[in-house]
Design a protein around this ligand. Structure first.
Ligand SMILES: [Zn+2]
Length: 502
């Protein structure tokens, strides 16, 4: 009995130790409850029975205690885990399948973040139950970063194709549609004063379902920017004498803003020196929008200029007797535009909002004809034609910069201009502010002047026909950009050319 009691006592101590270990194991390693319960039941039954067992039984039981002890030791040094394999390669272990699946889900979510979707993968992901050593588990615990690298994701996206060529990938069809709508609006600028009837792409544009890596997805704004910039071919340009940003832009059929944009840090006030090189990036958008609609715009009605001779004014001088004031009209027109540039324009309605006020200039008696060699006469001339077709950028008369002796017609350097009517060239050369200029005498005291040319194609004494190309538009002399300054001179004094042009 004493021996039995002693054994019972030792067993009881062992039992408590075992229970402690089990508790620790349970807390730390989440040993499954069934295993724990089984162990405890076996221990309890062993202790219950020990008092009436024979020494042989005790011996056998002691052996089972050793086995149990070894079992407890095994359980305390190992853990049950779930191994995650990607395409057959073990990436690490999670506590259980729930944790493993959750981390895979998180990785796919992270991969798809950019598109606002959960990414998918074609990789074969498998979960395998395992019992591994605690230190092995600690060393191979699954990490988010590791799994992120191991899984190759894809998402179901929408590609925009131009003429069968995929150019951008958006997260979904809705975003692709938004890009195309915004692209059209960028050029059509719909609004109260601009009713767009139709806006179609000249190119064939299609949307296709694609499976792509999430990093191939771009945002609506990025896609829009990309499509608008198109194939921006960058070139270098060397600044010439008398160049300005405006002139450089005109030479390259660009906008000043485009020239500045290609040269970070540049503003319109940046001083450029001849010989300096700057970058030019010509913007050619990927898509061409052909739009049709109706626009209502306000347009200036330039004032007329009437010249009267007054003896009260000193010879050769002129004063404003009545200030001129531009009028204004509201014009409604139907248009066809290509990427915002007018192709066709038909005026359907015109309403004068304010009538222009005539400018009256009083001139003193002429001292002598200012213009070399022109004829004197009645001033009658018929059928003048426009020397250049283009927007009038400055009218005749007193303008903000002082008295403007002709009209400025917008043009591009190198563009040909034509004789307004037949006549004889009486001047062809460089004349101060006028730069390279030509004067053609048409008889009857009427002459025309063409200024700021880049090149003259006639010489003094030449007879020119109406509509003959006599020079090329430029920006020589006192000029802020390529244009043709055109004057009509009657008996040595300039008159408003608009009164002579159709
Ligand atoms: Zn001018």
């Amino acid at each position: 009995m004493i021996e039995k009691d002693g054994l019972k006592q030792r067993m009881s101590v062992f039992f408590n130790k075992a229970k402690n270990i089990l508790n620790k194991v349970k807390i730390k390693e989440h040993i499954n409850k069934v295993t724990e319960a089984k162990l405890l039941t076996r221990l309890v039954s062993f202790l219950k029975n020990i008092s009436w067992k024979s020494p042989k039984t005790i011996g056998i039981s002691a052996l089972s205690v050793i086995i149990l002890g070894a079992g407890i030791f095994y359980l305390s040094t190992t853990v049950s885990a779930v191994g995650i394999t990607v395409n057959g390669k073990n990436i690490g272990y999670a506590q259980n399948k729930t944790e493993a699946e959750q981390i895979v889900q998180e990785v796919l979510q992270k991969h798809g973040e950019v598109s606002g979707q959960v990414a998918h993968t074609n990789d074969k992901i498998e979960y395998e139950k395992a019992r591994i050593k605690k230190d092995e588990y600690a060393a191979n615990k699954i990490s988010f970063a590791l799994l992120l690298n191991a899984i190759i994701p894809y998402i179901n996206a929408c590609g925009i194709q131009i003429e069968g060529q995929t150019v951008v990938h958006l997260a979904d069809t809705k975003q692709a549609d938004l890009v195309l709508t915004k692209y059209k609006e960028y050029f059509t600028k719909p609004g109260d004063k601009n009713v767009v009837d139709s806006a179609e792409f000249e190119e064939e544009v299609t949307k296709v379902a694609v499976k792509v890596h999430p990093s191939d997805i771009i945002s609506v704004d990025e896609a829009l920017d990309f499509l608008l910039k198109g194939d921006a071919a960058e070139t270098e340009y060397t600044i010439q004498k008398d160049d300005s940003f405006w002139l450089i832009a005109r030479k390259h059929n660009m906008l000043v803003d485009e020239v500045l944009a290609a040269n970070p840090g540049f503003t319109e006030d940046t001083i450029i020196q001849p010989g300096q090189t700057i970058k030019l990036a010509k913007i050619e958008p990927f898509l061409t929008v052909i739009s049709k609609g109706t626009k209502v715009v306000k347009e200036v009605i330039p004032f007329d200029v009437q010249t009267v001779t007054s003896t009260k004014v000193a010879a050769g001088k002129s004063v404003v007797q009545q200030a001129g004031k531009d009028g204004e009209k509201e014009v409604t027109y139907k248009y066809v535009e290509k990427n915002g540039k007018t192709l066709e324009k038909t005026v359907v309605k015109e309403e004068v909002l304010a009538k222009p006020v005539k400018q009256i200039i009083a001139k003193g008696p002429a001292v002598k004809p200012v213009y070399v060699g022109t004829s004197r006469g009645s001033g009658a001339v018929y059928g003048l034609q426009w020397p250049l077709s283009g927007r009038i950028t400055s009218y005749y008369g007193y303008r903000s910069r002082g008295f403007h002796t002709g009209i400025d017609i917008d043009g591009v350097t190198g563009q040909p201009y034509y004789a307004a009517t037949a006549g004889k060239v009486v001047l062809a050369g460089y004349v101060g502010n006028y730069g390279y200029c030509i004067i053609v005498d048409h008889g009857n005291g009427v002459a025309t002047r063409y200024a700021h040319s880049s090149k003259l194609l006639v010489s003094v004494g030449d007879q020119v026909k109406k509509g003959q190309n006599i020079g090329l538009v430029g920006s020589t002399g006192k000029s802020t950009g390529s244009h043709l300054h055109f004057e009509v001179i009657v008996n040595g004094s300039t008159v408003n050319p608009l009164n002579y042009l159709p």
